[in-house]
Ligand binder design. Structure first.
Ligand SMILES: *Cc1c(COP(=O)(O)O)cnc(C)c1O
Length: 341
């Protein structure tokens, strides 16, 4: 199977499996798991933050990040196609008691100009804004990357108004690979960052949240409340360390494969590529003029060994990762062209 559904489908590398088998472990609720302690320290250091916390999922990382930066009844500003708003079971309202104020964008990238119009002072009719959430890269907009100046500007201006900034950096290392800007510089002004070990970095599970010592102290308690206090979790941490240290360097290969895919898709009648030159590893394309719906195309592709999902009846998303080679991307294009012919 050529699996282009998501970079979450990557399986742990042989090196990860060996490290998992040999991991030194302890009870992490007592903070006695040396592998997790090392992973948390490395993550904090990599991002230039005071502390880090291992969490089982990106959803939990975002949930905790927003909780650290807000109080009940505030608003959280994010992009309208954000993962936080659309794919996390309303955790912002369920756990943090905050309402989301969504902003429509072309490319998933918020600007201070757009944000400031949605900030409302607390008054008899309006709730105040607790935090701004930025998704980098932006998944549903097609793996788009925030320009550094935009991140810095949003953080500076938000902080002037007492508003914090959380970054959903599920694929932040893809952003770093594409922009050439390291995550430390990228996140210097951001208050909390969540990033996934389990996507393009290949770990079997896990995400990290990094931020100030005070926020991570609270984050640890929120993780426990969410049922995320784990014991000998260094088994996962060992894979996470390899993900963090060795996998970011190869992400540009995935980006190149995504560009190959996009260029090939543009040649297929019935397909309009929404991301003609994908910024990272996500290709989004419209199939409405093919006369077939996404679900039917997915089913036909599956019969021929290619997995690509629709994100709605007319739009599909292909994601490259280390478990699909350049050759397999070319093969997927052939299968797609034949399927639509
Ligand atoms: C995958 C993803 C998450 C959440 O990760 P899970 O581990 O699946 O909970 C959050 N944000 C973005 C942008 C993602 O792509």
């Amino acid at each position: 199977m050529i699996d282009l559904r998501s970079d979450t489908v990557t399986r742990p590398t042989p090196e990860m499996r060996r490290a998992m088998a040999e991991a030194e472990v302890g009870d992490d609720v007592y903070r006695e798991d040396p592998t997790i302690n090392l992973l948390e320290a490395r993550a904090a250091e990599t991002f230039g933050k005071e502390a880090g916390l291992f969490v089982p999922t990106g959803t939990m990382g975002n949930t905790i990040g927003v909780k650290c930066l807000t109080t009940h009844g505030q608003e959280v500003i994010c992009d309208a196609r954000g993962h936080l708003l659309n794919y996390e079971l309303s955790m912002t309202s369920w756990f943090s008691g905050c309402q989301i104020r969504a902003i429509h964008t072309e490319d998933g990238i918020l600007t201070w100009d757009a944000i400031q119009r949605e900030i409302r002072p607390l008054g008899p009719h309006a709730a105040d804004t607790g935090c701004v959430e930025l998704e980098n890269t932006h998944n549903m907009a097609g793996g788009t990357v925030y320009p550094q100046a935009v991140i810095d500007d949003i953080c500076d201006r938000a902080h002037e108004r007492g508003i914090a900034v959380h970054m959903d950096g599920a694929r932040i290392f893809n952003a770093a690979a594409a922009s050439g800007i390291g995550v430390k510089q990228m996140c210097a002004k951001v208050d909390t960052v969540q990033f996934c070990l389990s996507k393009g970095l290949g770990a079997p599970a896990g995400s990290m949240i990094v931020g100030s010592e005070a926020n991570m102290k609270r984050a640890r308690l929120y993780r426990k409340r969410l049922g995320g206090g784990m014991r000998q979790v260094g088994i996962l941490g060992a894979a996470g360390l390899i993900a963090l240290e060795t996998m970011p360097h190869r992400l540009s290969v995935d980006h190149e494969n995504a560009r190959t895919l996009a260029a090939g898709l543009a040649e297929i009648p019935g397909i309009r590529v929404i991301t003609p030159v994908p910024a990272t590893n996500i290709v989004i394309f419209d199939v409405s003029s093919s006369g077939k719906e996404s679900a039917a195309i997915s089913a036909a592709l599956k019969l021929r060994g290619v997995l690509i999902n629709g994100i709605n009846p007319t739009t599909m998303r292909a994601v490259t990762h280390y478990d699909v080679s350049a050759g397999q991307c070319v093969q997927a294009l052939t299968v797609l062209a034949e399927t639509l012919a």
